[in-house]
Design a protein around this ligand. Structure first.
Ligand SMILES: *Cc1c(COP(=O)(O)O)cnc(C)c1O
Length: 229
């Protein structure tokens, strides 16, 4: 088996174990393979091991890969910061977007989504750490933004995404994911049919699954340490 296939199997085992500990079925957690910075060959290797969903942070890099291996029934998720001037290629090429943090960008994506494609599956990014540098709407704005996004024809609102402050303390990880879960429950209680919690990365997927994550976004544990130029 290739290293990537081995790693995928190991990550699936972590997911299954975390789900079992939480009394959840392993199928209730989807694995998104975050392939940013990795060449197409790594994505291909992962697909040969059965991986179907991939996450990319940079618009052009993602589009280069997804067009190079079009027609293989893969699912592409945009998980990077959204800039207004790059919304069109995201709307035209990706299946999901996890990082909507303001209405303006949601409206652009909806308008730019080609009508021959199904609506763009959308998550609202919530900033739970409160750090000024991090993107995401504030927890207080999340319900209002969800309501507005749910009404846009080119988008289909699915849920919330969060990137907590990095910490190695499992209790602190869980506390942050718990806050996201509470916001999610609050929005569902208000009548919006959310079914997706996109949270958990290589170092904290167990805590995220314990708190209800339905999509974990995993890069390093599958492809290795990234090196940025
Ligand atoms: C890079 C990235 C990931 C993957 O992180 P790892 O720690 O490599 O698993 C997940 N989500 C987002 C938004 C990312 O930018």
């Amino acid at each position: 088996m290739s290293a990537i296939a081995d790693n995928l199997q190991a990550v699936q085992a972590r997911i299954s174990e975390a789900a079992a500990l939480a009394g959840r079925s392993p199928e209730s957690v989807r694995l998104l393979a975050v392939s940013k910075t990795w060449p197409l060959a790594c994505v291909v290797e992962a697909t040969e091991a059965g991986q179907r969903a991939f996450g990319e942070n940079y618009v052009q890099e993602g589009i280069d890969k997804l067009t190079a291996i079009a027609g293989r029934n893969l699912e592409w998720h945009f998980i990077g910061p959204l800039q207004s001037n790059k919304s069109r290629p995201v709307a035209e090429h990706f299946d999901w977007v996890h990082t909507i943090d303001r209405l303006k960008i949601a409206e652009r994506l909806s308008e730019q989504r080609p009508t021959y494609l199904p609506p763009l599956q959308a998550c609202i990014q919530v900033n739970i750490s409160g750090e000024a540098s991090k993107s995401g709407c504030s927890p207080d704005e999340a319900l209002t933004l969800c309501r507005a996004v749910a009404a846009l024809p080119g988008l289909r609102l699915r849920g919330l995404m969060a990137i907590p402050e990095p910490t190695d303390d499992p209790a602190a990880q869980r506390a942050q994911f718990h806050r996201v879960r509470e916001i999610y429950n609050h929005i569902r209680a208000a009548g919006l049919p959310l079914d997706t919690l996109s949270m958990g990365m290589s170092h904290d997927l167990e805590a995220a699954i314990a708190e209800g994550a339905t999509i974990v976004r995993i890069g390093t544990a599958i492809f290795g340490e990234r090196s940025y130029k």
